[in-house]
Design a protein around this ligand. Sequence first.
Ligand SMILES: [Zn+2]
Length: 487
Amino acid sequence: MTITATEQGDAPLVDRVELTAHPLQRIGAYALAALAEVDSVAVVSGGRLESVAALMTDHAVAAATGPDSKAPEGFWLKCSLSFFPNSPMNHPSNGKKAPSVVADAVRRWRGRPSSARDPLAPCVLCGRPGVGFYGKLDVALAESDAYRNNTPRGHQGMALCWPCLCCFYALPYGSQLSGGPGMALHSWDEDFLAWTVAEQVDRNRREILVGRGVPRQPPSREVLALRALREYRDELNAGVELLVYSNNNRGQVLDVHVMDQPLAEWLRRTSQAPAARAGYSALLRAHKTADRPGVVALARNAFRDPGRIVATASGWLSRQACAGRLPAGTSELVTLCMSYVDEVMGMDQENLAEIRATADRVGQLLGEGTAGQFNKFYAAFRKSALLRGWLRRQAADWALHGPQATGMGASVPGPSLVSTRAYELLFDPGLDSQAWFHRELFLFAVLEKLHQLDWRPQDADQAAKELAEDEEDAMEDEDLVEGRETR
Ligand SMILES: [Zn+2]
């Protein structure tokens, strides 16, 4: 595109794109920069801003006067129903009008309002002079679904300045389009946001604007986020929000899913680092279900219930241990999950050591037993009262028959199976949510010990046969690590 050269500083302040506190406006601002093919939002101003606005208007005119929304090339028009319903772009009577009439209407809608229309009210987002009042027609949902842009009767909407209005026109370019709700990532890490929006603009340009038509199956919402994290090369300094929104007349939505910075950064690193590759691959296998690849459930856990990441991994290992074997990748998965506990949960090291020491003894005990015995332990594990009972029975046995420590020339009792402190950490109702997580960690550490002992129970062969089918399914999931998952 041709850019009229107006560099930063030349344009009056009112003509420059500014970043505000509104996440959707910010995504639009970075989309404008990407469309203008510049690295910084601040240089989108003056003639450059006008050129990008004209480019977006051209796209809207082409979509409105092109094939209908059901044709493959009509995808951009179909998307407009989610972003700009009731606009001249998709008016029901457009099919009966001459293309030039439709084009004129779209250009009037998208053109910069003349100064005579200035409402003399400041822009609600940046405080600069507004150029009009805008509602649902132009602006996707505001910050919360409780504050929709259904402007009340007699009220004209919110005042916006021209650059902020252009950001909302650019928003679809920075969003993953589905034909239904749009999805976009937001972060207060400016470098990440600039990068991820530019990537999305690029994809949309390739897939839709150059006429390839409807994109292949768009990624599920959480997978979109995980993909971005896996591809981003720099450290993340802020969390990531996933926004799912639609301005459609049939149902407005704004869902916001948040992933805190430590988890986002951990996922970014572990999904990229060669050293964590085997562990990450096992983590995906652990999250795989009959009808969904592991990456979907992992991403969902990351946004909705991060504690379940470790629980899903330990559950997967345990089910295989019930069949008498631990899968390849066990030790890498354990290492990965322990790094999660350390870096994301920030767990107290003394507490962790206490749980691991107890798990070490329980692992030693189970390591001498059969798959059937592990099965009983795992059945008890799933209810805390049963687990407590199981541990008490084993502790009594351990006290009588467990290893003895030697000292002063005489045999003295070794450490008890479960220390008082470990009991507290695992079962204290006052530590409710943490106790739940401590038990998951404990299970994990027991499995780690079994793996260290190279545990091969006598009844493993029989049990392994039953597992063979599941293993075949799991192999298919390996592809996901290579980045070939359904986009
Ligand atoms: Zn503004």
